[in-house]
Design a protein. Structure first.
Length: 67
């Protein structure tokens, strides 16, 4: 399968049906690309409930979330 562009992948995620009956009525999660979050940087600090987490993009393009 060819790699989809971020827009195509996001559209597919939004259009995905609920996985089971327990999630019926649940909203589809908001989709944000990693490029939009990182804005060209390799690391982003996220403040969550008074704790700072770091979202980092590795040299291989993977994402790592650490405290």
């Amino acid at each position: 399968m060819a790699s989809d562009s971020p827009d195509v992948a996001a559209t597919r995620l939004r259009a995905a049906p609920a996985r089971d009956a327990s999630s019926a009525g649940a909203e589809t999660p908001r989709v944000v690309t990693s490029a939009a979050l990182l804005r060209g940087e390799s690391q982003l600090a996220i403040l969550h409930e008074r704790t700072v987490y770091f979202l980092r993009r590795t040299r291989l393009g993977k994402l790592i979330l650490t405290k």
